[in-house]
Design a protein around this ligand. Structure first.
Ligand code: CAA
Length: 296
């Protein structure tokens, strides 16, 4: 079936090429409607299944990557119709479901669902014209495609709160400083830069690129509560370290200046601080359920 709201082509040389998907609803600034997202899902899956493709680039127009979910089609919903139809659900997270890397090449507006879609990409290369934002609050709604979850992880809680609560936009330079995008290039070089990055990836082992995508997303998307719980276990475990008991805490607790302690070369990080037996114990403990850990 032909595509009506996206353009699809392949570029580059070599055994594995790059699949390009261009969002193409110019009059609506690439607003993300369900039919568009269905087409996007179909194109992503087709490239993922194609052995001749190593990597995918998702882009929009010079003016807009995407200005958000399609507002007119969203407006008439009631709670029940949104719930029953799975509004902003089907085919919204296909980028995360496929195994090949997806580079977001963003110029112009990436707002609301557009910013959320860009954040689902494995990394973002931005044109110097790019502007990111989550302006849902201006519509009396909130983000519905992961904005409140992915933005703080990408750019820090404070900046995310600022953007989500004030609806201000972030330009490309600020987005790079904040870590939302990996590189910024002049707008006219965006496609070439994305293709060069994709071709570099295409030259590496396919399974390695798939594993890296899977594992980095695991690190990024794992629940915060699990991360904090594991951190707490390591923290507790350190109190079982002979080094800690003998050296650091007693000396600082007895009034020695922390700076003086660390200037002693014997205590520089990595020297003797943590006993390997402790680490092994914690590794074992963290792979077990909390109840088992408590019994150790
Ligand atoms: N949905 C549908 N159409 C949109 C749209 C959207 N999200 N954003 C822009 N358009 C349309 C406009 O209605 C306009 O169409 P007409 O010419 O037919 O009037 C066209 O695109 C051009 O827009 P503007 O004339 O407004 O262009 P501008 O340069 O003055 O402003 C803009 C650009 C700042 C992006 C502005 O259009 C804007 O603020 N858009 C809405 C952004 C927004 O609120 N996004 C969040 C949507 S909700 C969401 O995404 C929920 C979620 O989490 C999934």
């Amino acid at each position: 079936m032909p595509y009506e709201m996206i353009l699809v082509d392949t570029r580059g040389e070599g055994e594995r090429r790059t699949g390009f998907i261009t969002l193409n609803r110019p009059k609506q600034l690439n607003a993300l409607s369900d039919p568009l997202m269905d087409e996007l899902g179909r194109a992503l899956r087709a490239f993922d299944a194609d052995d001749g493709i190593g990597c995918i680039v998702l882009t929009g127009s010079e003016r807009a990557f995407a200005a958000g979910a399609d507002i007119p089609t969203m407006a008439p919903h009631t709670f029940m119709s949104a719930f029953k139809s799975g509004l902003i659900s089907k085919n919204w997270e296909t980028i995360l479901e496929i195994r090949k890397p997806v580079i977001g090449a963003v110029a112009g507006f990436a707002l609301g669902g557009g910013c959320e879609l860009a954040m689902m990409c494995d990394f973002i290369i931005a044109a110097d014209t790019a502007r990111f934002g989550q302006p849902e609050i201006k519509l009396g709604i909130i983000p519905g495609a992961g904005g409140t979850q992915r933005l703080p992880r990408a750019i820090s809680k404070s900046k995310a709160m600022d953007m989500l609560l004030t609806a201000r936009m972030m330009d490309a330079a600020e987005a790079e400083r904040a870590g939302l995008v990996s590189r910024v290039v002049p707008a006219e070089q965006l496609m070439a830069e994305a293709l060069t990055a994709a071709e570099t990836i295409n030259g590496f082992s396919g399974p390695s690129t798939m594993l890296i995508k899977e594992l980095v997303n695991l690190a990024f998307q794992g629940p915060l509560t699990d991360g904090v719980a594991i951190e707490r276990r390591y923290f507790h475990a350190l109190f079982g370290s002979d080094e800690l008991k003998r050296a650091y805490l007693p000396r600082v607790a007895s009034g020695e200046q922390i700076a003086a302690f660390w200037s002693d070369p014997a205590h520089r990080l990595g020297k003797t601080w943590i006993d390997h037996r402790d680490i092994n114990m914690v590794m074992l403990a963290t792979s077990l359920a909390p109840e088992s850990y408590l019994q150790i």
